[in-house]
Every structure is written in C-alpha cells, then in structure tokens.
Design a protein around this ligand. Structure first.
Ligand code: HEC
Ligand code: HEC
Ligand code: HEC
Length: 472
C-alpha cells in the first residue's frame, strides 16, 4: 500500500510563535540520551515507520515490504543499524537528509513512496530523537530485502530531482501563532509524522498532493481514503471529538465507520498508541480543516444513509449463495447467503457492535463504490489492543467455496447500496475486476514514455542535422 508524494505551502511564521511552540512540543526535552530513545520510539510510532519497513512475518524495520504503486512495485529498505544491510553507517545528518529530503547516504534520490514530503515537516529535535532511537534501540538485522527495480524511465532516480524542485516542502513545520498550542500540535502530527495527507489528499497529474484539496479523499489503488475535511456532508464535520479519538484509537465506531486496509494498519501500528493529549490535538486540528464538498455526495452525509431492512422474505427457501447454480441469483440472495450470518439479516450488525451495521456506515453511504468492493474482496483484519476485527475476504481463488466472481460482487454491492446505503451508486463487474487487481494504473508512465520517445526522436533528428552539417 504505497501512496505517493506530497506538497504543501508552509504558513507564514513569526519567530516568537516558532519559539513558543518548540517549547510546547519539547518542553521537557533537555536531550539526555535515555529520554531521546524513549521519545524517539514514540516518534517512530507516530510516524509509523514500521508499517512500511517490515515485510509480513519479517523482523521489525528489516524492510522488504512490497508496495504496489501506480508506477510499479517498490520494496522498502532495511533501516536497522546494520552496517552492511541497513543504515548503520548513516550519520545524523545523512539520516535527516533521507527522512526529510528523500536523499540516500550515497546521494541518490529516494522515491516518494517513502513519505519524506510529509516528514519534511518534522522538527530537528524529533529527527534527532528518532536517530538516537534507531541507532541505539533498534535490533540490527543482517539481511538484504529485495531491490526495487521500476520500469524505464522511472528507474532513473535522478528524475526525482525535478519532482523535488516542484513539490518537496523544504521547511520544517511552521506553527501558527494565532492558534492554540494544542491545535499546533495536531497540525504538526497530521501534516508531519502521522502523514494523514499522504493517503487522504488527492493527487495531481504528477502524483503530487493537491494542497487546495487537502484531506478531501484519494484513491489508493484498490481502496479509497475518504474525505476527512471538516465539511458536514462530504467530510467528518459531524463527528464529535470523541468520535475522532475513538476511531483513531480502535478503528471502529458502530453506526459510523470501520478501518480496514491502510487505515486499519495505521490504527494498529500507530494511532492506537498515541497519548490522549495527541489524540485530542488531532481532533482539535481536524475540526478546523478547510471544508471540501464533493457535489457527487449530494445533500446527505454518508454516515446517516440507510436503515435496517430484511431480505429474508425474498430469499426464503434455501436457494444457492452463488450464481454457479443459479445464474439469475439476486443481490438479496447473495447478501443472505454470504453476509447476513455476521451482519444480521436486516444488516444491523450484532448487538455488541462487533459486527457493524451496514447502514449508517461510511462505506455503504459513500458515493464511490471502491471501499465496499474492496471490503468484499479483501475483508478486514485489524489488531487493536488484545482484540481482532476479522472479516474474511470473498475474493480468493476460484476454487475457494467462499469466492465470489466479479459480476456477483457487482450485483451484491449494487443491492447493498440500494437497500442499505446511498441509492443509485453505479457498480459494474469491470470495476470489481480493476479493484481485484489493485486499482487503476497511472497513465503517467505511458505519457512519460511517449514524451521521452518524442524527445529522443527530436534529439536524434538534431544530431543527424548536426552530423550532416559537419560532413558537408
Ligand atoms: C509509506 C511507507 C513508508 C513509511 C511510513 C516510511 N518509509 Fe522509509 N522508505 C520507504 C520506501 C519504499 C523506501 C525506499 C525508497 C526507494 O527505494 O527509493 C524507504 C527508504 C528509507 C530510507 C533510506 C534507506 C536506504 O539507504 O535505502 C530511510 C533512512 C528511511 N526510509 C527511514 C524511514 C523512517 C525513519 C521512517 C519513519 C519516520 C520511515 N522511513 C517511514 C517507505 C516508507
Ligand atoms: C496508509 C494510508 C492512510 C493513512 C496514513 C491515514 N489514513 Fe485514514 N483512512 C485510510 C483508508 C483507506 C480509509 C478507509 C478505511 C475503511 O473504510 O475501511 C481511512 C479512513 C479514515 C477515517 C474514516 C472516514 C470514513 O468515512 O470512513 C478517518 C476519520 C480517518 N481515516 C482519519 C485519518 C487521520 C486523522 C489520519 C492521520 C492521523 C489518517 N486517517 C491517516 C487510509 C489512511
Ligand atoms: C464472518 C463474519 C463476517 C462475514 C461473513 C461478513 N462480514 Fe463484513 N465485517 C465483519 C467484521 C468483523 C467487520 C469489521 C468490523 C470492524 O472493522 O471493526 C466487517 C466489516 C464490514 C464492512 C465495513 C468495512 C470498512 O472497512 O469500513 C462492510 C461494508 C462489510 N463488512 C460488508 C460485508 C459484506 C457485503 C459481506 C458479504 C459479502 C460481509 N461483510 C460478510 C464480519 C463479517
């Protein structure tokens, strides 16, 4: 789950504001080394380094997670203090340059799948503590992860230099002195370490974050990170502070939203461990973000659509749950056969809220079908505290008894939207097929290639012209 790239124009500052906020942020931080390690560990958690730098079943920070991006598959690197395979020979300055500027020790550019554009907001003190933590407390792992090799021309890392000139933010977080220190802390976390915008802010043509549409929702391939601006219809403007805190802490609010995929992972590795003060700060900041309305969302928020409805009467009689046996199977039958056992036959979930209701649910109230399709295909698997939220995916291999094909999922999704959520959302089998394979690919690669081919032809013609001139 690699999201890419990012830019935001920093706000104006006054030295006084910066000074006050840095005192607030690091009030107690007269850098003793032990304190640095503890603080560094907390910063590593708030910035979720482990999520990307650990492969499934692998040792923490040893890299090798395969991340599908619209431009190809990338592998994260070993960032343990191993001198041979990790970052053991990084000085603090090298480390800071990698984390905040996207430049490796050997001077080559990192791809923005490493969210350095967000981390560029991190304060010097945070980067220092993080460095101390990685060098002193992280266990060395002596192995090399798979190497990233992107297709031409993206394999030329130098091409990122141009991108960086356009989109990398080059100033650390600039506090707004007209706001409270709590707000500034929330803004710092959201824009910097916790990098909410990396997933929730839509991307422009060159994959940069569109700062004018900050946090207004973005496709991550298969999944969609919804609009979390303060807009009351399209965003989370109607959520209470407690809602936001509970969601970040547990990934689940019955009758509102659940967190799967990237958000489930972020809750699991990062947000559930934030202090109450930091969760309050995030809630304070999120309540003030610029509202962005999407006309497709109409007049009603996705969180209040739908009501309990039973399809039992339509499908009574034990008919099949898949279309193999019954090509005319209805959405209601698919629902009763595959979903009702957990979500209840009126889709109201279970009484304890473990199985969520499918009405008053952000996924079924959304105007885009991506997350409903992705939930059905890939399920939910999130560990928070000692509990696990698990829903099986129905997109397994053809031979699995629980596998649903593209048209079954399209029919089922349509039925769920119309019955329990937003009416008239269109869902097609080809959309399901696309999400099954990780979502739309970026046209960027093709365009760059076409552009480069045209450039090469011009260059060749130019050379030819010169050669002819010299020969004459
Ligand atoms: C969203 C995924 C993601 C997160 C979160 C992330 N990284 Fe990375 N990081 C990557 C990827 C991918 C690469 C390799 C990029 C490349 O090959 O250009 C990378 C590369 C690096 C490198 C360069 C190592 C080298 O020499 O190759 C360092 C250092 C690093 N990350 C540190 C961190 C730290 C510290 C954090 C937390 C503050 C962090 N990363 C969080 C994805 C991530
Ligand atoms: C790795 C990508 C990623 C990051 C980082 C991330 N999110 Fe999310 N977020 C998502 C996805 C995907 C969903 C949809 C999850 C679902 O429906 O199962 C989501 C859902 C949400 C929702 C629920 C909205 C709804 O309509 O269901 C809130 C609120 C939210 N995120 C807030 C945040 C905040 C605040 C941050 C930063 C502190 C953050 N997210 C960071 C990917 C991310
Ligand atoms: C074995 C039990 C089980 C079955 C069967 C099941 N679900 Fe779920 N479902 C869950 C659990 C558990 C969650 C996650 C609750 C959480 O995130 O806290 C969930 C979550 C969801 C969500 C919210 C996902 C999100 O990320 O916001 C939707 C939508 C959903 N299920 C739809 C379906 C549909 C449609 C079917 C039938 C194809 C189905 N479920 C079958 C147990 C189940």
């Amino acid at each position: 789950m690699a999201k890419m790239m990012h830019s935001r124009l920093p706000d104006r500052i006054t030295l006084l504001g910066a000074f006050c906020t840095s005192i607030f942020l690091y009030g107690t931080a007269s850098a003793q080394s032990d304190g640095s390690t503890d603080r560094g560990a907390y910063i590593a958690v708030t910035s979720d380094c482990v999520a990307c730098h650990t492969a499934p079943g692998g040792k923490p920070f040893s890299g090798g997670l395969a991340m599908k991006t619209p431009l190809g598959t990338m592998y994260s690197t070993n960032i343990t203090p191993s001198r041979t395979f990790g970052i053991g020979d990084y000085s603090e300055a090298d480390f800071s340059r990698a984390v905040r500027k996207g430049i490796r020790k050997d001077g080559r550019n990192l791809y923005p799948a490493m969210p350095y554009t967000a981390y560029s907001y991190m304060t010097d003190q945070d980067v220092h503590d993080l460095y101390v933590y990685f060098m002193k407390s992280v266990q060395s792992v002596e192995s090399a992860p798979s190497k990233t090799s992107l297709p031409f021309p993206m394999n030329i890392r130098g091409s990122m230099m141009f991108w960086n000139v356009l989109f990398r933010n080059d100033r650390t977080f600039q506090p707004d002195p007209s706001r409270s220190s709590e707000w500034n802390r929330g803004a710092y976390l959201a824009q910097g370490p916790a990098h909410c915008g990396t997933c929730h802010t839509p991307r422009g043509f060159l994959m940069q974050e569109k700062s004018s549409k900050d946090l207004s929702g973005a496709s991550l391939g298969a999944w969609y990170a919804p609009n979390i601006t303060s807009d009351k219809i399209s965003g989370i403007g109607n959520w209470s502070r407690e809602n936001i805190k509970t969601y970040l802490k547990t990934g689940h609010i019955d009758g509102l939203a659940q967190a799967a995929d990237g958000m489930g992972e972020a809750v699991e590795h990062s947000f559930q461990h934030l202090t109450d003060a930091d969760l309050n700060a995030l809630a304070t900041y999120l309540a003030t973000t610029k509202p962005v309305r999407d006309p497709a969302d109409g007049e009603v928020s996705r969180f209040v659509l739908g009501k309990p409805t039973s399809s039992a009467d339509e499908v009574r009689g034990g008919r099949p749950i898949r279309s193999d046996d019954n090509p005319n199977i209805s959405g209601a039958e698919l629902f009763m056969g595959n979903c009702a056992s957990c979500h209840n036959y009126r889709a109201q979930g279970s009484r304890d809220g473990y199985y969520p209701s499918l009405w008053h649910n952000s996924v079924t109230g959304a105007s885009s079908p991506d997350n409903l399709i992705a939930t059905i295909l890939f399920g939910v698997d999130r560990h928070v505290s000692d509990a696990e939220a698990f829903m099986p995916g129905f997109g397994g291999k053809k031979t699995d008894a629980t596998q649903l094909n593209d048209s079954e999922i399209a029919k089922l999704s349509k039925y769920i939207f119309d019955t329990y959520g937003r009416k008239n959302v269109s869902v097609s089998a080809s959309q399901v097929a696309l999400i099954r394979h990780g979502g739309a690919r970026s046209p960027l690669l093709v365009l760059i290639r076409v552009g480069m081919a045209a450039g090469a032809i011009l260059l060749a013609l130019g050379c030819f012209w010169r050669v002819r001139k010299i020969v004459k």
